[in-house]
Design a protein around this ligand. Structure first.
Ligand SMILES: NC(=O)c1ccc[n+]([C@@H]2O[C@H](COP(=O)([O-])OP(=O)(O)OC[C@H]3O[C@@H](n4cnc5c(N)ncnc54)[C@H](OP(=O)(O)O)[C@@H]3O)[C@@H](O)[C@H]2O)c1
Length: 343
């Protein structure tokens, strides 16, 4: 077998044009790892944060990057080889994973490629009922939604706050999801509904039918109405847009309610939240093969549906990032690794 593969690499930070489709060394697996022949790659905001050099992070948080790097974390594919000490996976298995997040923030996840080495603990069997495109679209967004709403799944320190994040009860609760049409948001809507919440989805107007179909009970078009001006007595707001504006949701929450900013950087409402008796909590998603295995039956039977915004071939990663930069992503953007690229 050749020790060269096709991959998309960055040799410097910058815009989408910095994503170069070229030959790269095929990864060698170490103990505990599985080599996966990638069929599809799901895109996520950290892919463009890395491409741009994590400009949005404070300098002390910016990981040191050694070029060239292969971006990307989310894959679905077929097992090509397993290390001798790995149990539970065998050649030919269809698998999916979020690779090395957040430990690979400096570019060690290496998903935009024909082959990727994945720690077996981060891998799960792909749900047989969905294709590689939908499986690759799921991991980061779904693990984020799951770890915020259902089960954190680990006891590693939380880099974003002094205490661990803890999900709150959802059955019978009034839950608002902001950024509901995006990768994380459309899965938050479905998980909250699955747990019996009354879900209010906030997104741009064209997304109403999409979100009602996924189970949203109410819909607010943020282009027409400021959501915080028309909702009251919420039990939970999950803000998948986040940033400094998250604070505006505090008065719409009940005393004893909770605000979960998925993107917490810039949030400055801690003292107001304390006065209002609202718990604010966030976390950073972590790779977790056991959770992907636990959720797989729900993807398989359609309880959770992953929506696809658009599909590009691996060689068109630049165009996929240009699509992402135009915003208003509905569901997920996915790269496919075709047979031609794998020959
Ligand atoms: N904490 C973590 O570990 C973690 C994990 C994953 C993601 N994140 C962060 O979470 C955020 C969302 O990620 P994602 O993958 O879901 O991104 P995404 O797919 O780009 O989704 C963002 C969504 O927000 C919507 N939106 C934009 N402006 C809005 C507004 N003012 N009000 C309501 N909706 C608005 C967009 O569509 P419309 O405008 O058309 O409605 C889009 O659907 C990102 O900042 C990401 O970095 C954090």
């Amino acid at each position: 077998m050749s020790d060269v593969m096709k991959a998309v690499r960055l040799h410097a930070f910058g815009g989408p044009e910095m994503l170069i489709y070229e030959d790269a060394p095929k990864p060698q697996i170490k103990a505990g790892e599985v080599l996966v022949r990638v069929h599809a790659v799901g895109l996520n905001p950290p892919d463009w944060y890395l491409r741009e050099g994590y400009k949005m992070l404070p300098p002390e948080w910016q990981p040191r990057v050694l070029f060239p790097i292969i971006p990307g974390t989310d894959i679905s594919g077929v097992v090509a080889a397993v290390a001798d000490d790995v149990r539970g996976f065998a050649g030919g298995d269809e698998v999916y994973a979020m690779v090395r997040f957040p430990i690979g923030l400096a570019g060690e996840s290496r998903a935009y490629a024909e082959y990727v080495a994945v720690p077996a603990t981060e891998l799960a069997l792909k749900p047989a009922g969905i294709d590689h495109v939908h499986a690759a679209a799921a991991p980061m967004s779904l693990l984020t939604a799951w770890q915020f709403l259902i089960d954190l799944g680990h006891d590693e320190p939380n880099p974003l706050q002094p205490h661990q994040h803890a999900p709150v009860p959802l059955a019978g609760k009034k839950v608002l999801i902001n950024g509901a049409a995006g990768g994380v948001g459309h899965l938050l809507v479905q998980l909250a509904k699955w747990k019996g919440a009354h879900v209010i989805a906030v997104a741009s107007g064209g997304n109403e039918a999409f979100l009602r179909d996924l189970g949203a009970d109410e819909f607010i078009d943020y282009g027409k109405i400021s959501p915080e001006s028309v909702v009251r007595d919420l039990d939970l707001v999950v803000d998948a847009v986040g940033g400094p504006k998250t604070r505006r949701f505090l008065p719409a929450l009940k005393r004893g309610g909770a605000l979960f900013p998925i993107f917490p950087l810039g949030f400055d409402g801690a003292s107001e939240a304390k006065k209002l008796g609202i718990a604010v909590s966030t976390t950073q998603v972590r790779s977790n093969g056991a959770q992907l295995a636990e959720i797989a039956p729900m993807l398989n039977d359609g309880t959770i549906r992953v929506a696809i915004d658009s599909i590009y071939s691996l060689s068109k990663a630049k165009e996929a990032h240009e699509r992402a930069a135009t915003g208003h992503i509905r569901g997920k953007i996915v790269l496919t690794v075709t047979q031609e690229e794998q020959s």
